[in-house]
Write a protein that binds this ligand. Sequence first.
Ligand code: ASP
Length: 433
Amino acid sequence: MKSWFKIDLWKRVMVALVLGLGVGIALRYGMGPEESGAFAKLWIGWLGELFLRMIKMMIIPLVFFTLVSGVIAMGDPKKLGSLGGRAMGMYLGTTAVAVTIGLLMGTVMQPGASLEPEMFQAVDVSAVEAKQASAEAAGGLVDRLLRVVPTNPFEALGNGDVLQVIFFSIMLGIGILMARDKGKPAANFFDAAAEAIMKMTVIVMETAPFGVFALMAVVMADKGFSILQSLGLLTLALYLSCVLHIAITYGGIIKGILRLPLKPFYRGVTDAQAVAYSTSSSGATLPVTITCVNENLGVDKSVASSVLPLGATINMDGTAIYIGLVALFGAQALDVAVTPGHYFLVAIMATLVSIGAAGIPSAGLLLSAAALEQVGLSAEQSILVIGFIYPFDRLLDMMRTLTNVTGDAAVATAVGKWEGVFNEEVYRAEDRL
Ligand code: ASP
């Protein structure tokens, strides 16, 4: 028992992920694809669900308490401006690079070229249409911006609306700062509560190996590698683009710009990556990302708790890569010619969609119609392409979510270092074997 806890968590989580994958595949090929999914959901699913519920339980209290205490720790509301500006700049910059990589890869690999337009005829689009309608019900941009301001902050906490909670927490932190001496007891309270919530997250993380194992086993038993039959090239293109982006863009930020060794970064975010991969939701992964960036990478919680929740909602590089790829995939499959102008429009759309997509499973695919229409597909054709990919989206979603979360962590590390709230000793301590 003791030796279990002695093994680094990231190692346990990685082993669990691989084991889950193996068990899921074994079930699928042992029992047959029809039965294995139901069997795994019934017998292993509850363990994954338990883990998911536990990390989701942490999201709102963690963001609320650590962000209020983080703003207070900054001591000066003006710092928020520079922090926010830097984070937004980095988020947009990395996403622009991501789209470019996705579009390049889609052009070189031609993932849709071998498909025939007739293959899309039998696609059942009803599920997609229904889901899309609810994804779009989120409203237009102005509407969504307005809704960042909660009319009832307690309701925002209750509904788990992260952006509204961020807004309210920052205002509350500023209010406590402005109250000076009178605000001290409140400042102490939030500081203590933040500490306690972080400790709770550490406990929850101890269950991650079991949760990740179960989530992986269920996905694999349910879906297997069936995706590879029709979407093999698209999958390969996405996985390759994401790996490239993680190695070159994020590696470039860490090593080239911040002058830090790479190993501690990749090692420090492993837990968050594994949870992102197995849950397909950067929103649900948020508590793990915050803990990793704070405890392993040495970024102060004032930055981790402000930059990361924002990132989980608006920074999605994996999604941006994917939208670019899906647009090209659709055009290639339906034999629509793509001009340089189209590329430009797709790049803009992919960026916007990745900002607008929620950090939940399949959000990116459901909203990709906007990009498909930019390459000249009709609304009906776009929905066919999305419906065609949708049943197999999970394995793709896993990789883009992993990328999304890694990007948030890289940007948070950069902003933490620039803002002078980065503990290099903690970061370098990850450099051991
Ligand atoms: N599932 C992704 C995420 O949560 C979003 C997407 O569908 O691309 O980050």
